[in-house]
Ligand binder design. Sequence first.
Ligand code: FES
Length: 255
Amino acid sequence: MVETRRNGLMLAPWTYTSEELCELEIDHIFRHQWLLAGHISELAQAGDYLTFNLAKERAVLVRDESGEINAFHNVCRHRGSRVAPDRQGNCGHVLRCPFHGWTYELNGTLKSVPRPQGFPDLKKNSNALVPIDLEIWNGFIFICFEGAQGRSVANQFGGISEKIRPYKLEEMVPCGAEYDEVVDYNWKFFHDVDNEGYHVPVAHPALHELYGRDYCDSYLGNIPMSTGVVDDYPARSWSVARYNCGFILVFSPIR
Ligand code: FES
C-alpha cells in the first residue's frame, strides 16, 4: 500500500514530487473545479479578451457587444490553433485565428472562412468555438473546464459573501502592471503555506508588523480564512508605513 501521509498530518514527501500524481490532480481536481481566471475590470470593453491556461487546457474569455462575458476553449475549430495567442488584448469585433484566418463572433459563432469554396460541406453553425462554463462572483470570473454540473461559485463561497461585501470587490481595478512568475514548485506547497499564518512573525516580520497583532487563522464552514486588522500603530519599516498609508486611504470607509 502506498503511504500518503506522515504522522497522520503531513502528506508523504512523494506526493509533492510525483508527476503521475500531478497528472491525476489536474484531471480529477483542477479540470473539474471552478478556477479563478480573471476579474471583470480586465474585460471592460467589447472585444477585450484574456487567456487562461491550465496544463493542456487553454481558455479565452471575451466580452461581447451585448456586454456579456463568454469563455471558450482557445482552440480554433479548423486545425486547433489558438484563436487568441496573447495573454490579453482587444480583438475588435471578431476573434481571428492567426493560422488561416477563420473568424469568430465574440459570442463564439463562426463568422467567416477565407476561400470558402475549399469547404463545400462546412456547416458554420456546427463550428462555433466550444464554450466553457463561466460564473462571475463579486467581480471575479471563474471557469470550469469539465462543466460545473450544477455546482455554483456563489454556493461554494456563500459563507463568506457577507464578510467580503463591504470591500466591493466587483469595483476594484488594477493599480499597476500585472506581475506573473512561474516557479518550479508543486501547487500543494503554496496551499500548505497559505493555509497557516503561524510562520508570519518569523518569516515575514514586516507583514507581521502590518496586521500581525490580531492575525488569526480559522475556518468558516470548510473555507479556510485568515483575518488581521491593519491598525494605526506607527510602523518601523518604510514599506509598512507606505502600505499602511495607502490602505487607510483606500479602505477608510469600512474601518
Ligand atoms: S487553425 Fe484556425 S484558421 Fe486554421
